[in-house]
Design a protein around this ligand. Structure first.
Ligand SMILES: Cc1cc2nc3c(=O)[nH]c(=O)nc-3n(C[C@H](O)[C@H](O)[C@H](O)COP(=O)(O)O)c2cc1C
Length: 190
């Protein structure tokens, strides 16, 4: 098969904040656009469409939410997963922790196909770096391959223009690096 015949790589992008004006949602949308520019077929996800109760092993014994099965399946069937998330109290958000807990219990593992990228925007000077290292560590422990670049952005005043594009060349470079790593290290045809 030549590179031209090869099927496109596929990606899902998701955001660890459900806030209406989430800055991380701006990053998620930007990464989707940049992955599309690189030839990837991207599906934009909204975690509000995957409602799950707070994970509890007793609940799990009774019933796995249909949303957890659906999301696990999307992780298994795409080549790239990009997660944009805020940092809460130096760690990951309850939304991301809950989603990872539920889908980590699904079989076969939803973490062993895609290449994962993690990024985040915060209003603090540490730019979500604690949350991103925590998330990368946690994903690695459940078998995911996470690219080396941590796309931490902050503090966030004016980092995106009105069209949602990063204003600083350093951030544009980092986004480009993330796209390169995700497209080079993943499976599929690019
Ligand atoms: C519960 C909570 C904890 C937070 N902890 C941190 C933190 O540890 N580090 C940080 O940089 N920002 C922290 N923030 C501020 C977030 O960076 C800021 O609210 C950001 O806009 C959240 O992302 P979003 O706009 O995508 O919802 C925290 C916010 C909340 C609500």
């Amino acid at each position: 098969m030549t590179t031209e015949d090869a099927p496109s790589k596929t990606a899902i992008t998701l955001c660890g904040s459900l806030r209406k004006d989430s800055i991380n949602e701006v990053l998620r949308r930007h990464m989707s656009a940049k992955l599309r520019d690189a030839g990837v077929v991207v599906t934009d996800l909204d975690l509000a469409d995957f409602a799950m109760p707070i994970f509890n092993q007793d609940l799990e014994a009774e019933h796995t939410p249909e949303a957890a099965k659906r999301l696990a399946d999307l992780f298994r069937t795409h080549d790239i997963v990009f997660i944009a998330t805020p940092e809460y109290n130096g760690g990951i958000t309850p939304l991301i922790a809950n989603v990872v807990a539920w889908i980590s219990r699904q079989k076969p593992s939803p973490f062993r196909h895609a290449i994962f990228g993690v990024g985040g925007v915060s209003d603090g000077k540490y730019a979500t770096i604690f949350a991103l290292s925590h998330l990368r560590d946690s994903l690695s422990k459940v078998g995911a391959l996470v690219v080396p670049t941590l796309l931490g952005i902050g503090p966030y005043a004016d980092v995106f223009d009105a069209d949602g594009n990063p204003t600083e060349s350093g951030i544009q470079w980092k986004v480009g690096q993330m796209v390169k790593e995700l497209t080079h290290f993943s499976r599929g045809g690019i």
